[in-house]
Ligand binder design. Structure first.
Ligand SMILES: Nc1ncnc2c1ncn2[C@@H]1O[C@H](COP(=O)(O)OP(=O)(O)OP(=O)(O)O)[C@@H](O)[C@H]1O
Length: 214
């Protein structure tokens, strides 16, 4: 797979958040966004996930054999700051919903709910309402959502926030497994995760001085 983004920009309300963002990524690589708070990392990930329309620029995704994928959003999982799980449903019910809602895309198959829960080391809490899990357990289960349905691209916004060191290492190893199988990662993270084939992209945001406004 190959992902090419050219000259992307984004607005929030009246403000230009970034412009001229371009990158090129192959299967197995990870684009890691860095930059200070407010520099536009989440905004860029939301643009790539198809949740915000960029006023300029383009994104192209092609399969290994050169065919164009219809769009990136359909080939990607997006894990934002929120976990997107219903608190009153059990963990198993939540994962079952996402598994059938997403289905698999070309090139792979999702894991069973039991296997995905075991991969995040939480198979013992599948019967509990999602709300009963600790913040770190909830985040790990939100990650299991990526495992139950296959997507070649994972778009991850601070995936390891609220996690202890052991859980952070566990999710990082699942991310590396995804890469080893040819998957791509697009991730914003404040913690340095040990990913493979990292391409860093520093978001600078816009900082206008008083003189520049005049
Ligand atoms: N819905 C919105 N409406 C208006 N402005 C917004 C909106 N969401 C974000 N912004 C602004 O866009 C800018 C970029 O925010 P963004 O969340 O992309 O930054 P970030 O680099 O991910 O920051 P952090 O490291 O704190 O997560 C910020 O100035 C923020 O205030």
């Amino acid at each position: 797979m190959r992902l090419t983004a050219e000259n992307l920009s984004a607005h929030r309300g009246e403000d230009l958040i970034f412009s001229n963002i371009s990158f090129d990524l192959q299967g197995g690589e990870a684009l890691v966004l860095t930059g200070r708070n407010g520099s536009g990392k989440s905004t860029l990930l939301r643009v790539l996930a198809g949740l915000l329309k960029p006023p300029s620029g383009s994104v192209h995704l092609s399969y290994k054999d050169g065919r164009q994928a219809p769009n990136l959003a359909e080939e990607a999982h997006y894990l934002g700051h929120r976990n997107a799980m219903k608190p009153e449903l059990t963990v198993r019910e939540n994962l079952a919903f996402w598994k059938s809602f997403f289905g698999d895309r070309e090139g792979g198959a999702g894991f069973s709910i039991g296997d995905a829960a075991a991969m995040v080391e939480l198979e013992q809490v599948l019967h509990l309402p999602f709300a009963y899990l600790s913040a770190g357990q909830q985040r790990r289960m939100a990650f299991a959502k990526l495992l139950v349905a296959y997507r070649p691209v994972w778009i991850l916004d601070e995936p390891t926030a609220a996690l202890d060191v052991k859980a952070e290492a566990l999710l990082a190893s699942l991310m590396r497994d995804h890469q080893s199988q040819g998957g791509m990662l697009l991730a914003a993270t404040h913690q340095p995760l040990e990913l493979l084939n990292v391409k860093p992209l520093e978001m600078k945001g816009f900082e206008f001085t008083a003189e520049e406004w005049e």
